[in-house]
Each structure stands twice: as structure tokens, then as C-alpha cells.
Ligand binder design. Sequence first.
Ligand SMILES: [Zn+2]
Length: 418
Amino acid sequence: MDQHFDTIIKSGRVIDPATGFDGIADVAIIGGQIAAVEPNLPAEAAGQVIDASGKLVIAGMIDTHAHIYQHVTGRFGLNADMVGVQSGVTTVLDQGGPSCMTLAGFRKFVAEPANTRVLCFLSAYLVGGLEGHLYPELYGPGQINVAATVKAARDNPDMVRGIKAHAEIGGASRWGLEVIKLGKQIASEAGLPLYIHLGQLWPTKDSASIDPDEVVRAMVPLMEKGDVLAHPFTRHPGGFISAETGEVHPVVWAALERGVTVDVGHGSHFSFDMARRTISAGIRPTTLGADMHGYNVRIPENEDDKRRNPFFGVAPFNLTNAMTKLLALGLPLDEVIATVTSRPAKMLGLADQIGALKPGLQADVSVLDMLEGQFELRDNSGETVTAPLMLAPLFALKAGRRFEADSPLVPAPVRLAA
Ligand SMILES: [Zn+2]
């Protein structure tokens, strides 16, 4: 064989849900693209050989729910590469940080300098994620401009892959359904999916009485094929499980039948209990966003921090920690991998470029450790689950270029004594 490769990632366990491949193989890269996925490629044919024996080799992970509009979204926005390539993640999707007014800055100051592939779901609101959504009065129907937002999406198709809005009880207590209808109108006119935050974001308006179940029953029917319901496992009211019946809302089943998809959006409100109830009812998440942001990925250091931090008490997490939780909940490994590779690539309309290990696609590859033992996983309802397998990022290649997973945001695995 006289073929020459730039890089061969050698002898890892390759799992690629897009092709159905699961086995020991080498991944060869030429010119920033996948060139071959086969066992026993000749090492002497490569400029660089990376030994991945004993490791898991998958398509570059895609985090469908990130908050990385650093410096513009206050303490909320994290550094793109810390969430991205430094966490073993090659593509990050900012959910609603940039808006039609701030998208140009997002491109210039976040996406362009990042080593990570950065995309976004554009905020339906004029202000986007300014100051971490701290001011609910900026998120009413009067603070939405449909035409300007549709135009920004259409003018930036390489960057804007969807629209982000919230169907949550704090906003609903102020404005009812109007905001979400405008969000849906923007998505429809732009020809993009709508990503909906379920549960709670803002406090409910003083003295307003609001029925979270009623919000879900009214909002979810607006969702169409390709739209995304996020935070199904939230411990907040207004998720997939009805407070009245303790069961999955019938409107959710109907939405899934229409082709609406489900993104975990782990965040600080992920609940094992809600996840177990939803999964045992027969609902599987389509994709898995980590939803890390500056309020939920670090423990506040002092009383002032605690007071200002609405998510105080969080258990450290990241994308691979969230994957480990899905494994602990009984989902098979290949399906968990699909939630961060092939399926988000499809959600982004980029399955012909990323999300799989097929020759000709971008050489985005994540290499993970599969640690065995007894690991502690926690949620913020106070539940602790013991997992026999922990996934942890080692390094990633983005378009063939290697980055170590050395982000301070990667939590150390909590190993229990045998
Ligand atoms: Zn979020």
C-alpha cells in the first residue's frame, strides 16, 4: 500500500452509530478529513500515529446546549474552548446567547477565535443572553423583533442552525403564550428548528398563579417535526412529567409522534428521578446537551456568590458525566454515543460533514477513557447513583488537529472505595 496518511489513531474501540460500526479499528486522517476506518492500517504509512488501545474512539462530540458568549452574557458565558475541544468536544452549539443584535460579535469574538467548531441557535429575543438572562422584563413579546431575527438567521446560515426560546413558567406567568408563538414564527419563517426550554428559568411574577402542567399542555402542541423539546428530566415543574398525574403528558407523546425531538439539556436541574420515570415510560432522549454555564459549573466560593447564584448547590458535571448518567440509567453505549454524534449532526443539518467517522467527513474525533469501578454520580435533588462505568475525555481532533482534554471544567471522577 502506498497511501500516505497524516495521522492514524490506532487500535481504539471505534463505535460509530452512523455506520453501525463497533470494533477495534484504526482511524486514518488526510488533510483534515477522515480517510479510512479499518483494522490494521499500516503505521508506517502515517506521519503521526496515536495509540488509542483500550480507549473509546468516536466521532467528534457535539454539545447541543452550551453557553459560550463569554464577556457578553455576564458570568453566564463560559469560554468556548474550555467547553469545546479542551473538554474533548469538537462542536458546541450556543443556545440563545447571541441575538439578531449581537450575532456579529459572537461570530467575530467567540466563533472565529475558537479552536472549537462554534454554531448557535439564535435567541428569539432582541437581547439574547445578555447578563445571563438576569432581567426577565427583557424577555417579553415587546422585546422580540420577528423580521430582524429572521433576517439575521437567513444572513448567517453557516452559523445559525436554529432558534432558541423558552416555554417556562416564569415567562408564562408574565406574558402567557405570546413569546413562544413569536419564537415559533421566527423559526418557521427562517426554515429552522425551534429549541424550547421547558421547566423554569425566571421566578414567577409576584402574586401570579400559574399551572406548570397547563403551560406544557398549551406550548407543546405548537412544536412541529424537527423542533426540539429540552430539559425533559428537569426537577423543576413544567417538564415531561405531569404534576397532576405523575405521568408523561399526552401532548408530549403526540409531539414525539410528529417528529419533535428531545434534548436532555442536563444543566443543574437534571433529576435522576424524572429521567427514570420518563425513560421507563418509553421516551429516549434524541440528543444530549450538557447546558453548562457560569452559574452551574462551579461551586460558589462565598456568601455573596451563594446569594447571587440561583443554581447554588450544583454537583459538578460536563458532557461525558451526562453520558455516564444515561449509561447508568440503562441506555446502551452506542445509543448514548449517538446522542452526542450522529443525531446532533442531523439536528444541525450537518450530517454530511460531522457526527460520523466516514471517509470524506471532517476529521472530528473524540477519544474517551472508559473507566471501570464504582463511581458516584449526583444530581441536585440530592440523589446519588453508583455507576460501574465512567466516561472521561482524553483528547479530541478537530479537523485533524489534536487538542488535549485539559479543561478545568472537566470534573474529576468520584471513585468509591471498593
Ligand atoms: Zn441553557
